[in-house]
Design a protein around this ligand. Sequence first.
Ligand SMILES: [Zn+2]
Length: 274
Amino acid sequence: MLKYLSLPTGKKKEFAELSLKELDIRLPLRAGITLKKTGNMKNTMPGRNSFFKLLGIDKSRIYSCCQTHSKRVLDIENGSPKKYSSFKADGLITENMDAVLTVTVADCLPLFIIDRTKSVFGILHSGWKGTGIILNAISIFRSKYNCRPEDLQVIIGPGIGSCCYEVEKARYESFRSQFGSQSVKMAGKRFYLDLKNANICLLLEAGIDHIAVVRDCTFCNQDFASFRRDGPVNYIHMLAFIGNIHAYTTGTSAHDTTTTGRTGTNPTYDTPEA
Ligand SMILES: [Zn+2]
């Protein structure tokens, strides 16, 4: 069951909410990503605190890590967010339902993973260097929490699409040899990566087929921040987050889904929230 979503980013919205309703998720979790206009969500930026205030989330619940484009995933057990924020890693997993897990992105993919039967969930930052981090996360879900692949549900968030992610031939060839022909694209004599397809292939091979993919390309869609489009000096970080969050009301849900694959159903999402 592979579904595609689009994220409406309405003028008054601070962030786009990823609706979890079409996945079979029983946990009271909500997930989303901030928009470019929300401001820079880098760890050190004051806008980040303002955003969490808006969501009504206390700082003591917010976990992040020191992202390095690695494939390392932290299992959050006991310990303060401050302790984990200095660890070099690009993913977080927890069974602590008080924790709100976050990563920052700007073209790289945010990946959200949720078990449908246990209270375990995670978030990852996955760009071209980190592609494959999803397998390390799945390994922790399986070994530490005894999760079954068929119970894991994954949302592939907005990131740079194969429409815009042009690379050198060498990187194209390396990616294709690692992740298969679906993970790359050629147009004329130009070479492109398809990060979303690369992750879909990895997930299907790992036995996970409950996958929702956000269509939006962060380079094409000006509502999102893009490292490639905005440049190394001007780009900002968007914040992707998942957790048990009740207080916020300003998000907007994904809509316009189409389904491909085995179920043959054609679900629709609720209309965006007010
Ligand atoms: Zn694009």
